[in-house]
Design a protein around this ligand. Structure first.
Ligand SMILES: Nc1ncnc2c1ncn2[C@@H]1O[C@H](COP(=O)(O)OP(=O)(O)OP(=O)(O)O)[C@@H](O)[C@H]1O
Ligand SMILES: [Mg+2]
Length: 924
């Protein structure tokens, strides 16, 4: 770590085995390093960011040097300022940045004890940072009895009991005062019994008489070791004077360890300052600058040794001693613990805490507050409402089972019509979130129908959710497919509303029920609104993905890419990492159509980084398409096959459709038309053929004509033309003309080929244009017009090689050779020396991004970005960033403008004329 490489470690082991002692040792030995410490406290588990704040408080000076959004996210999370609700991954990234910045002075060691008791928000942020330490001189060490999910997979150090000889030595050291020497057999039995657990050796022998000792204490194996240690502590507590015991119990009920607070509460309970003495003497607790326990088991023994009524009194005193202005949440929490029964006043206070937690991004804490609030609510209707709100928060926190449990509870209560429709809505959302999207559409559809008469806006939003869920579920949607959802929603669309969500719903459902021709004006209107400046950020973020579908349905490629770029940019800006993988996959798809494979690779790398960081389960859409267009079978086939195999379990029919489409492209490129036919049939089976299924139609037509299935081709052409005619763009009409040429003969065919080339030549869709030249060339060859054929095929070959479409280039080359032409085989140059991540970072640097911006994009600290860049420099043999553009250009890795860095005004997308052609191929 001192060598400048970040490390994370999880120290795990049973209670009392010595984890905390090890951490203390580590902190003491870290000379020359900064040391920051925090510990989870059992009773504090639901105070959002409490643990993180404890760790980071001494570092907060460095917050200023973080990029703006991260700085804001962290400040909001800590309640230091009021801002938009921070995305949890953004908080994680900010923590990574903060640790890295702090370590700029000296290496930093962070020690987090009792990780299992960290509040959820802290655990997530620290787990995120721990996984992404790279070039940062930061060591992050957790200790836990049973590590939580947030640190799963990090390297572990398992601490086991002391070796027999050490255990013997320890035991003898504590028994020096005992009169009779310990019988060796008894001693060995004690050691075997405790498995060398040092706390057990120390504590279980305390207060035992020599006779008891001689008898050994392996009385009951039914009680686990920590239970027996706790029992021993309980005995020690019992031996204390009553007031002392009460003071220790009070301290145990306060997780903050703040002595001022404890003494203030003690005053209210008439416990004098002298009460501390005996506890300190017995070595059970300290009441110094902080209140500390000998061991967490002392705290739990003390707490649970108090009667229910006593505990309520203790919490009441602590609540009164807590300043509501400074720490309202802690106060409310104590009040809740103090409440002997339902208490509306406290329930309201807890509800307010939930609101505060939510605004800071602490959804798990919000859920806990709401759940507790519901538990204290008398009025049945209100209780059901609060339970429902708790379920919603659990869903947001990703605790899906807990959410379902609360829904069941809410349903058992008295719900009004709206609340019970909301239960359906939540069930649908939970199904969608859990990845079983096949179950989601019917649930959401049911909820939307019920909501129609209750809350129009919510009904609309629910229909849109149902529509999207149905689109994703595709062939697995069952009873709630897009057709059914669209039909159901049409009634609502008759109620006019100028809201963007209403426009999107109207256009998309009409597309399904009335077809693209009727829907075209509505679809165009959506594209207009969502490419204008009038749309609000919030609405664009929420509905932008569905809005781009409207342009896509009409083959309207320019607004389509514009909307997707804006969508990706927006999601990046606000750190909406849950939706970014989908946005990036869509932009990757749209960009692949233009043949800018460098850009597509970068988008895929970005999506992969997010998937790795967030555990998102989105299928690798763009990666499938890119591999197929490149035509590298070894690369494409495994990705495609995996996507097809995974689709049913994930309920993602769209992934299967997409994979079949990609397989059809691959097979058409390789000239394996029977395979292409089978794949394209699968991909285009959905009816109506929307998006991916629609894109599969030209593949189907090409494969069908090449395999002599004229009727399949002409059916597919009719389906295709419905959409392309409605869109009336050069993209759509060009693809249609090319497909029509395939099923035509003579003059008609030739006219259609020329039209296709003409139209596609006006777009930025180079792969489509190249394929038009190829098909025209193949046709001319069959017509025995060799010279003309060669000209077309050479153009196609140049384009395919420039873009990097190996399989299609091969098919073209074979055709050229058959015409008697000679053609040198060319390969596409790739930057082999750099790793994918290095190449991506280098491209972003060439594009003018700062290291901090690159770090934000790829979830790395600025320092790690610098480290990668220095490796890039040495691999490329250059000395500085200034030389990077030229060095990258010579690798064929020029700056990708279309990475989406140009904000709302829309990007400059490199046109066919100025991008992609390597210098030696220009004019060729
Ligand atoms: N190697 C050791 N030699 C002697 N005593 C030890 C050793 N390790 C731990 N102990 C003793 O055992 C006690 C318990 O250890 P520690 O508090 O580190 O346990 P822990 O693993 O952190 O347990 P928990 O999970 O309950 O926090 C210590 O207070 C110390 O007195
Ligand atoms: Mg410990």
């Amino acid at each position: 770590m001192r060598a400048g490489e970040g490390r994370a470690l999880v120290v795990r082991g049973e209670p009392g085995v010595g984890k905390t002692v090890l951490l203390d040792y580590l902190a003491g030995r870290a000379s020359g390093c900064l040391v920051a410490r925090a510990a989870g406290v059992q009773s504090e588990m639901e105070l959002a960011f409490a643990g993180l704040h404890q760790l980071c408080a001494p570092m907060l000076d460095h917050v200023e040097s973080l990029p703006g959004p991260q700085r804001e996210a962290l400040r909001t999370a800590f309640g230091l300022s009021v801002g938009p609700v921070p995305d949890r991954f953004l908080v994680g990234l900010a923590v990574l940045g903060l640790l890295s910045e702090t370590a700029g002075e000296r290496p930093l060691v962070c020690v987090v004890d009792d990780q299992q008791w960290l509040d959820r928000a802290s655990a997530q942020a620290l787990g995120f940072a721990a996984r992404r330490l790279a070039a940062d001189p930061v060591g992050l060490v957790f200790a836990a009895r049973v590590p939580g999910v947030d640190v799963a997979g990090l390297p572990e150090l398992v601490v086991e009991g002391l070796a027999a000889s050490d255990a013997r030595a320890l035991l003898e050291s504590v028994l020096t005062g005992v009169t009779a020497p310990l019988d060796a057999r008894v001693r060995d039995r004690i050691i075997a019994d405790t498995h060398g657990n040092p706390l057990a050796l120390l504590e279980l022998t305390k207060g035992l008489t020599p006779a008891e000792l001689t008898g050994g204490f392996g009385v009951s194996h039914a009680v686990p070791l920590d239970g027996r240690i706790e029992e021993s502590f309980r005995r020690q507590l019992e031996a204390l004077p009553a007031q002392t015991r009460r003071l220790v119990q009070l301290a145990a009920a306060d997780p903050s360890g703040d002595p001022v607070l404890v003494w203030r509460a003690a005053g209210r309970l008439a416990i004098g300052a002298g009460a501390a003495g005996p506890a300190v003497e017995a070595g059970l607790a300290e009441f110094g600058a902080r209140v500390r326990f000998r061991h967490p088991l002392v705290r739990s023994a003390a707490y649970w040794s108090a009667s229910v009524q006593t505990r309520q009194e203790l919490h009441a005193a602590l609540a009164e001693a807590t300043d509501p202005a400074v720490d309202p949440d802690r106060r409310a929490w104590h009040r809740a613990q103090a409440a002997p029964g339902p208490d509306e006043e406290v329930a309201v206070e807890l509800e307010q805490c939930a609101g505060r937690a939510k605004r800071r991004g602490g959804v798990a804490a919000a859920a806990a507050f709401l759940e507790r609030s519901a538990g204290l609510t008398v009025d049945p209707a209100r209780r059901a409402q609060r339970t429902l709100a708790a379920a919603q928060a659990k869903l947001q926190a990703g605790a899906l089972d807990a959410a379902l449990g609360l829904l069941a509870m809410a349903q058992a209560g008295s719900l009004d019509e709206l609340a019970s429709a909301r239960v359906d809505l939540l069930r649908g959302q939970i199904a969608f979130a859990s990845g079983l999207s096949g179950d989601a559409p019917p649930l959401l559809l049911k909820a939307a129908k019920r909501l129609e008469s209750l809350d129009l806006d919510l009904a609309r939003e629910t229909y849109l959710s149902a529509w999207m869920a149905a689109l994703f579920a595709g062939r697995f949607a069952g009873a709630g497919d897009v057709t059914e959802v669209s039909r159901a929603a049409r009634g609502l669309c008759a109620v006019h509303s100028p809201q963007p969500a209403a426009l999107v719903l109207d256009a998309l459902t009409m597309l399904v029920t009335d077809g693209p021709f009727v829907a075209a004006p509505a679809l165009r209107q959506v594209a207009r609104v969502f490419t204008s400046e009038s749309i609000s950020t919030e609405e664009e973020l929420r509905w932008g993905w569905l809005a781009q579908a409207a342009a896509s349905a009409l083959w309207d490629d320019v607004p389509w890419r514009t909307m997707l770029l804006r969508q990706v940019q927006l999601a990046r800006d606000v750190g909406a990492l849950d939706q970014l993988p989908i946005d990036l996959a869509s932009l990757g798809t749209a960009t692949a159509w233009t043949g800018d494979f460098t850009v597509v690779s970068a988008l895929i790398a970005e999506a992969d980084a997010i998937r790795a960081a967030t555990g998102s389960r989105t299928a690798p859409f763009a990666a499938m398409l890119l591999a197929s267009l490149r035509g590298n079978q070894a690369e494409a086939t495994p990705v495609i096959e995996a996507a097809i195999a995974d689709a049913p379990a994930r309920g993602q029919g769209i992934a299967a459709t997409y994979a079949h489409w990609a397989a059809a492209i691959l097979a058409n490129g390789l000239g394996r038309y029977a395979d292409a036919l089978a794949a394209a049939k699968q991909a285009s089976q959905d009816s109506p053929a929307l998006f991916v299924a629609m894109w599969a139609l030209p593949e189907l037509i090409e494969a069908a004509t090449r395999t002599g299935n004229a009727h399949i081709a002409s059916d597919a052409l009719a389906r295709l033309a419905e959409t392309t005619q409605a869109g009336a763009t050069d993209f759509g009409l060009g693809v249609e003309a090319r497909s029509r040429a395939l099923v035509s003969a003579g003059e008609t065919a030739e006219r259609c080929y020329r039209e296709a080339i003409d139209r596609l030549g006006r777009t930025q869709l180079r792969p489509e244009l190249a394929r038009a030249h190829l098909l025209y060339g193949e046709w001319l060859h069959r017509e025995n017009r060799r010279r003309d054929a060669r000209a077309e095929l050479r153009t196609a070959y140049d384009l395919f090689t420039a873009i990097g479409m190996e399989a299609f280039a091969g098919r073209t080359r074979r055709e050229l050779l058959a015409t008697g032409d000679t053609v040198r085989e060319r390969t596409v140059q790739t930057a082999s020396e750099l790793t994918a991540q290095e190449a991506h970072i280098a491209r972003l640097a060439v594009d003018g991004r700062t290291n901090a911006e690159i770090g934000t994009r790829l979830f790395l600290s600025t320092r790690t970005v610098e480290w990668h860049l220095s490796k890039v420099y040495s691999k490329l043999g250059i000395g500085s960033r200034r030389e990077l553009p030229r060095a990258m250009a010579s690798l064929g890795q020029a700056s990708p403008q279309a990475l989406g860095t140009s904000g709302r005004t829309g990007p400059r997308i490199p046109s066919f004329l100025d991008a992609g052609k390597a210098p030696d191929e220009q004019g060729g």
